[in-house]
Ligand binder design. Structure first.
Ligand code: NDP
Length: 397
């Protein structure tokens, strides 16, 4: 049915490649390209399908991307490199007539700040070119928005309160490690918190607000209010929302390490002089921390990510909790990667599948909740991320 190019051969890219290869009826030709070609070759070897092609590309360089796109001629690019590359890849898509999907919104390298404005600004150009761009199609952002769209379509006339809850109750037996790219992860967590209430954004100090929330099959876990990018699009696309928040669990040991990292200046993203060289401390830290891709083998436990929603149906208040639990070990057995990469990579593959099947094809730049959630939800159950619903339970939030 279609040719796909995956950019990025990290934890998420590896999962995307496995899942794309598992669906040969939809993805008829596959290429994986990244900055380091040997990583792409290793992924292909692990999958055991010699028909998957590989290439080296610097995704910061539009001309290199255009040359690659023009030689392979993919219908869609799945961008699972880093958020820094979103705009160059979108530019190259416009130049070569290729559709686009990613899992994280653009961030400039020199400021830890992410918002959709930079990518939304491409809407008219994608529309005029007749190309589709699907933004934020991982788990959160991604499935969190699709769950919300599904709830709005089937269970509510008016969604009023939305809490996205993200728990990782896994244990990788390392003193400190991040579950995806450490640079991106630490930039996200050390920012101020932010949530939406009654038409305004309220800022908190980093990790200032927290409470214990109970996760299915896991139990209570301390959960911290963070700003997360899907809040921006969800309050825009569901204007009945009065309050929208995002919560993520962290253990005490993790937070202690994070505090020390910040206090000693290792979370800095500006350049410092070291031995006549310029280095960015956070990038150096990434080089010495465990590689998130190597956590899988000894990772136990599971993740639980979902949406807790309160709103009105037929004039009556109603609550709804929809979630997925994903076992790190099961993810590792299937793809060689842990659950956080798995829960991101599977939805990215499904989003590309929705596009190639013509179900999510509309020129412009869209967040996932702007498409029909039903065929995506059906695939989540088939592709390894089944979901569960609790009607009118206690939401705790
Ligand atoms: P990794 O750091 O493991 O992998 C990133 C990959 O991108 C690496 O292969 C890297 O190459 C490659 N890359 C980096 N810069 C370039 C470049 N200039 N040109 C070409 N390739 C490049 O990250 P993850 O796999 O953990 O994360 C991938 C993406 O997924 C990130 O954007 C992250 O924010 C997002 N994510 C989204 C989530 C969601 O739920 N929505 C959850 C988790 C992650 P090299 O190996 O040479 O460094």
């Amino acid at each position: 049915m279609g040719k796909v190019l995956i950019i990025g051969a990290g934890g998420v890219g590896t999962v995307v490649a496995h899942k794309v290869a598992q669906n040969p009826d939809v993805f008829t030709e596959i290429m994986i390209a990244s900055r380091t070609k040997s990583k792409c070759d290793a992924v292909v070897k692990a999958i055991g399908n010699p028909n998957i092609r590989t290439a080296r590309v610097d995704a910061d360089n539009v001309d290199e991307l255009v040359a690659l796109f023009n030689s392979f001629k993919p219908e869609i690019v799945i961008n699972v490199a880093l958020p820094y590359q979103d705009l160059t890849i979108m530019e190259a898509c416009l130049k070569s007539g290729v559709n686009y999907l990613d899992t994280a919104n653009y961030e400039p390298k020199d400021v830890a700040h992410f918002e959709y404005s930079w990518q939304w600004a491409y809407k008219k150009r994608f529309e005029d070119a007749g190309l589709t761009a699907i933004l934020g199609c991982g788990f959160d952002p991604g499935v969190s928005g699709i769950y919300t769209a599904y709830a709005a379509k089937h269970h509510f006339d008016e969604i009023q309160y939305l809490d996205i809850v993200d728990c990782n109750a896994g244990n990788h037996h390392k003193a400190f490690a991040t579950n995806f790219n450490p640079e991106i992860n630490i930039r996200e967590i050390t920012q101020n918190g932010r949530y939406y209430e009654n038409g305004e954004w309220i800022t908190t100090r980093p990790l200032e607000i927290h409470k214990a929330l109970t996760y299915p099959n896991i139990g209570p876990r301390d959960s911290y209010l963070l700003y997360h990018e899907e809040l921006e699009s969800l309050v825009k696309n569901f204007p009945t929302i009065k309050r929208a928040r995002f919560w993520m669990t962290f253990g005490q040991e993790y937070l202690t390490h994070l505090r020390v990292i910040q206090n000693i200046g290792m979370a800095r993203i500006d350049e410092v002089e070291y031995n006549g060289m310029k280095i960015v401390p956070l990038q150096f830290l990434k080089a010495v921390l465990p590689n998130p891709q190597d956590l899988g083998e000894n990772y136990e436990g599971e993740t639980s990510i979902g949406c807790r929603i309160r709103g009105l149906k037929d004039g009556k208040e109603h609550t709804y909790y929809i979630y997925n639990n994903c076992s790190h070990q099961a993810a590792y057995k299937e793809t060689g990667m842990q659950g956080v990469s798995y829960t991101t990579g599977v939805p990215a593959m499904i989003g590309a599948m929705m596009f190639l099947k013509g179900l999510w094809k509309k020129p412009g730049v869209w967040n996932v909740e702007e498409f029909d959630p039903d065929p995506f939800m059906e695939q989540l159950n088939k592709q390894g991320l089944p979901w569960h619903e609790i009607m009118n339970g206690e939401l705790e939030v």
